[in-house]
Every structure is written in C-alpha cells, then in structure tokens.
Design a protein around this ligand. Structure first.
Ligand code: RB5
Length: 146
C-alpha cells in the first residue's frame, strides 16, 4: 500500500505526525510537500496528491491544510478523485464504505493530531462495499465527463 500525502504551510507538523503514523503501520508514504512553514498555496499540493492517486502512483491520498477545505477542493478537481474532509472517524468510515473516497482530507487548525490519527486509521480500515453504491459512484464519474 502506498499513500501520497500533501499539505500546505498550515499543516507541516500534522503531516509529519501522520506520515510517521502511516510508516509505523508499514505503509509506504510518498511525501508531495510542503516541508516548510513558509506560506504556500494549497491548490498546488491538493493537485499533486490527486494526480498521484489518479495516475496509480499511489493507492490512496491524504491532504491536509488549515481547514481541509481548500486542499480537498483542489484534489477533487482531478478526474477520478473522490476527496472528503473529515473531522471525526464516522464520516471517514462511511466515505470509504459508501463513496469509495480515495483522498482523505482534514484541517490542522480544526482537529488535533490524535484525532487525525484516529480518523486515518478508521478510513484505512474501512472497505468500500460496492453493490448498490457502485451506481452512485459511477454517476460521480459521469459528472466529470459532462
Ligand atoms: C491558509 O492560511 C489556509 O487558508 C489554508 O490552509 C486552508 O485552510 C484553506 O482552505
């Protein structure tokens, strides 16, 4: 399993904590940056994570900014990406099970590192259910083609 992770300046510390947490789980992490607290633009890093997942370079992505909102919008602009912002584990779990989310986002200014780890674990441990949900996920892809 490979996960692409990216963040803006608001989320460097949280990114490093989540990266270490993933590596402890035996997951290979592709760090798309940023690595410094110098002000930067979240669309750049959201797109990098989205493209890594869409191309198959990574299996899944995690993107973090101040709120999680901007970077999720950026990742979700990439064709094939189903990004979601989660501030608690329940949404993360259902986003995998029903929506087949492939980029998890959260806000470093909104939740703490322990909550971010718990959300990440819940998301990774949940499995897409397919079945009746596939029709709806296919409809999401159709929107991209219109
Ligand atoms: C950066 O100040 C902040 O706007 C960004 O991290 C994010 O919260 C945007 O959605």
């Amino acid at each position: 399993m490979k996960i692409a992770i990216g963040n803006d300046h608001a989320a460097v510390e949280m990114k490093l904590a989540i990266k270490a947490h993933l590596e402890e789980r035996g997951i290979e992490v592709i760090d798309m940056g940023t690595g410094t607290s110098e002000s930067c633009d979240y669309p750049v890093y959201g797109e990098k994570v989205g493209r890594a997942v869409a191309s198959g370079e990574a299996d899944l992505g995690i993107a973090i900014c101040g709120t999680g909102v901007g970077i999720s919008m950026a990742a979700g602009k990439v064709k094939g990406i189903r990004a979601c912002v989660c501030s608690e584990p329940c949404t993360a779990k259902w986003s995998r099970m029903h929506n087949d989310s492939n980029v998890l986002c959260f806000g470093a200014r909104i939740i703490g590192i322990e909550m971010a780890k718990m959300i990440t674990d819940t998301w990774l441990d949940a499995e897409y259910e397919g079945g009746r949900h596939q029709r709806r996920v296919d409809q999401l892809a159709e929107i991209e083609n219109r």
